[in-house]
Design a protein around this ligand. Structure first.
Ligand code: 6R9
Length: 652
């Protein structure tokens, strides 16, 4: 059965209404119900959030829901809770005791199922290990782990004792670890010997050693034996996870912490300058992640949920660890690459575990499109009932493929807009209520007063481009940049005093749907016309030969900016002057002559951060100057840049 109600012959332009059967069972089952509750939540946001927060377990009730001294917020002031207790103990002691919390699969095929009762024992033991090693509430602990259950256990154990974790994505190099150790002032590191990726061991401990040679304040390194690769252990500083766990009790009494007790710091990557340490606290963050999981992913007791992110990113924090576990759901966790041993791995796992809710990124979807429809077609994906997307605007081509080839034409797709800074999803369809259109994240979540403003601070008219802002505080918002309140104020709160500026360009259509154009620095101005790079990319990707595209502006005497496009081609297509002409005309045909790329470069791959975001900044520099001056350490593959540079400058 299809959820589609086409208002246009072109499927990319059609509106997809929630499936009736889905809507009937959903928590919010019609657009009017959403609208009514939304209006009420914006009139009285504190009332809405307090109701959600009350579903959590508090050790001490709060006395004030919100203390707002712009831009500094305190939520649930005076309240005390233990975040770990909410995610683990609460379920381990009730009817969910023997329910699977984590169904884990390692890349080589090893499998583990951890029930809530077992998770409680493991987390309690590890909390005892941390305390035995002198780690106290407020201490910063750097976590550098592969995607194994112990990564989540380490995070939860930190939360349990009030230590502040800083997870660093396992793909980052020693310099990135060093920056974070220094900025956060970490006293301990939790790592593993290595992790599996595309059939190979990626060593982790040696990278930590490298960073620690230049940072002496870390007293203890706890090392998980995952791969058995050869590593060295420094006497007196490094200890094995398994040895430590052997002699501690499985009982650990959790204390309550203040609602505003820091929970974690997560550094944003990819930007120039010093990394920004986004600080999140306890009660508000948990309330935001809990409530969004409940309404947006419609989590139920019989669901099997799978978010394919890494715990090194905010999506892994909010939608693998804290939100899903606060909801007591069963989730799948996977260690390795989506294409190991082939592009069928995800689909095979969905079939095997009966995954019902699946959350991934457009960049992954485009890789699957490129690999071909035959992979998902081999597996039974009928258990799926809801799909999610996050990380960048999802181009209609990817949306439609996801809808048809993964969702079988029946699953709602929640395109979720949010950021490391927002902590939880801000704009997204509600799966039983919101009509979807490929490419729009649709409407704000309850309590989120999102708007699009022009330079003067007025709300933009429908279809007019402006800046995306949030006008009222919300519980899961970042409280500050770690040790840098001034930068926090300047970066997010100085465009429109009192309002949070997301740094994204956006527009709303007549129905109020938010269309995210992309980061504001990715918006081009061609002959006085504003063009979203995402829009042009989406047009390129809609061409049958194109797998992935990145568009940047290059200075042009006549137009201000000219459009430079980089594309990777699908298997079976080859670069040719004819194809370049065809692609340019195709964009002109889809958007208009103004958007026609001036340059089209075919490339084997696009430069990406290790989290899969295309680094347009580098491409922009390359087309503007012919070279790269900045730091490219966050790149997944720096070869890509070298070969593009040759192509652009005509060098060999
Ligand atoms: C969760 C996450 C945040 C930036 C954000 C925006 C882009 C994320 C999006 C999206 C359009 C979506 N972004 N989700 N753009 N539609 N559904 O990705 O956090 O890594 O901090 O990135 O990602 O540009 O400003 P983070």
């Amino acid at each position: 059965m299809s959820s589609k109600k086409s208002t246009s012959a072109d499927p990319a332009e059609a509106t997809y209404k929630p499936d009736k059967k889905f809507a009937k069972k959903a928590r919010i089952s019609s657009l009017s119900e959403y609208q009514e509750l939304y209006q009420e939540s914006i009139r009285k946001p504190q009332k809405f959030w307090a109701k959600e927060a009350k579903e959590l377990q508090w050790r001490k009730p709060w006395s004030k829901t919100l203390k707002w001294d712009p831009p500094f917020a305190e939520w649930f002031t005076g309240g005390e809770l233990n975040v770990c207790e909410n995610c683990v103990d609460r379920h381990a002691e009730g009817p969910r005791k023997n329910k699977a919390a984590i169904i884990w699969e390692g890349e080589p095929g090893d499998k583990r199922v951890i029930t809530y009762a077992q998770l409680k024992r493991e987390v309690s033991k590890f909390a005892n290990v941390l305390e035995k090693n002198g780690i106290e509430a407020g201490d910063r602990v750097l976590i550098y782990m592969p995607m194994v259950p112990e990564a989540a256990i380490a995070m939860l154990a930190c939360a349990r004792i009030g230590a502040v974790h800083n997870v660093v994505f396992g793909g980052f190099a020693a310099d990135a670890i060093l920056d974070r150790l220094e900025d956060s002032g970490a006293v301990a590191v939790i790592t593993a010997d290595g992790g599996w990726r595309r059939g190979k061991v990626i060593p982790l401990k040696p990278t930590v050693d490298d960073a620690l040679q230049r940072f002496s304040k870390v007293r203890r390194v706890i090392v998980l034996n995952r791969c058995g690769n050869d590593i060295s252990m420094q006497e007196g500083r490094d200890v094995w996870w398994a040895d430590e766990m052997e002699n501690v009790s499985a009982q650990h009494t959790a204390k309550g912490f203040d609602s505003e007790h820091p929970l974690f710091i997560l550094y944003t990557s990819g930007s120039t300058g010093k990394p920004k340490g986004i600080l999140h606290t306890s009660g508000g963050y948990l309330t935001g992640t809990y409530a969004t999981c409940k309404y947006i992913f419609d989590m139920r007791d019989d669901d099997v949920y799978w978010c394919t992110a890494d715990v090194g990113w905010i999506t892994g924090h909010s939608y693998i660890v804290y939100g899903p576990l606060a909801n007591g759901v069963t989730q799948v966790m996977y260690e390795g690459a989506p294409n190991f041993p082939d592009f069928g791995r995800f689909w095979q796992m969905i079939e095997e575990y009966g995954v019902t809710i699946f959350y991934t990124a457009p960049t992954a979807i485009r890789a699957f499109i490129k690999a071909g429809d035959a992979f998902p077609a081999k597996y039974d994906l009928s258990s799926l009932r809801l799909l999610g997307s996050v990380g960048e605007p999802i181009n209609p081509e990817a949306w439609l493929w996801y809808h048809e080839h993964i969702g079988g034409g029946k699953c709602p797709i929640v395109d979720t807009w949010w950021q490391t800074e927002t902590g939880a999803i801000m704009i997204s369809p509600l799966p039983g209520a919101t009509p979807c259109k490929p490419g729009t994240a649709t409407l704000p979540f309850f309590g989120i007063d999102a708007a699009v403003l022009d330079d003067a601070g007025n709300e933009c008219k429908p279809n007019e481009d402006g800046r995306l802002v949030i006008r009222q505080p919300w519980p899961s918002m970042t409280r500050t940049l770690y040790k840098d309140k001034a930068r926090f104020k300047k970066v997010y709160w100085s465009d429109y005093p009192g309002f949070y500026t997301a740094g994204d360009g956006a527009r709303r259509d007549k129905k109020g749907n938010f269309w995210i154009i992309g980061r504001l620095d990715d918006v081009l101005n061609v002959s006085g016309h504003r063009l979203g790079t995402a829009e042009i990319e989406s047009a390129l990707v809609a061409h049958h030969a194109v797998a992935e595209a990145a568009v940047v502006g290059r200075p042009d005497d006549l137009k201000g900016q000219a459009v430079a496009a980089f594309v990777t081609l699908k298997t079976g297509y080859e670069e040719s002057p004819e194809l370049v002409v065809e692609l340019r005309n195709h964009v002109a045909h889809v958007i208009g002559a103004i958007a026609k790329p001036d340059d089209v470069y075919c490339t084997a791959a696009l430069p990406k951060t290790r989290s899969g975001k295309i680094m347009r900044r580098l491409l922009k520099e390359l087309v503007s100057t012919g070279k790269i001056s900045g730091n490219i350490t966050t790149l997944e593959d720096s070869e890509v840049i070298t070969s593009l540079q040759k192509k652009i400058t005509g060098g060999s």
